[in-house]
Unconditional design. Sequence first.
Length: 209
Amino acid sequence: MGQVHVLDHPLIQHKLTLMRQVETGAKDFRELLSEIATLMCYEVTRDLPMEEIEIETPICKCKSKVITGKKLGIVPILRAGLGMVDGFVNLIPTCKVGHIGLYRDPETHKPVEYYCKLPPDVEEREIIVVDPMLATGGSSSDAITMLKQRGCKYIKLVCLVGVPEGIQKVQHDHPDVEIYIAAVDEKLNENKYIVPGLGDAGDRIFGTK
């Protein structure tokens, strides 16, 4: 079963509290989400493989470490996942960015695919799927399935806020995928929104309703 990593760093939790507040406007919401994504990226990439190379400092030659091995890809689930991309790209500027478009059917609450554009060598990359909300888990699970169908073998899921139901759904469908999350909230309400949550992340990012 893939591990669940709850990233409870004080800076992440402080910024998340500001995001939750109903009076936080779209500009501040976007900035806070990007900042949290950067902080989460630090932990998500902690296990990247390293190699030692020889370099020359102003003082002398020495051996020092650099990242080696796997190439990375960031795949946001549209549209809310877009709000987390810059936070990762700021730290990993050479990564490629794909996009998966899913929307939730208002009657069945199940995800429906409408777009998928991925790097041509996606099967060679470690893919980090980003989406602020892990509610029912349907969108995240379907996105991961789409990636696996295209040959992806190394996938991580990074979310801001989730509930046990969504986490269990992804773990059941994809026991090989590790989940990184900033907060595990109480439950889903009758409309499948996270409680207490932070509302509709997409609407709050882009100022829509």
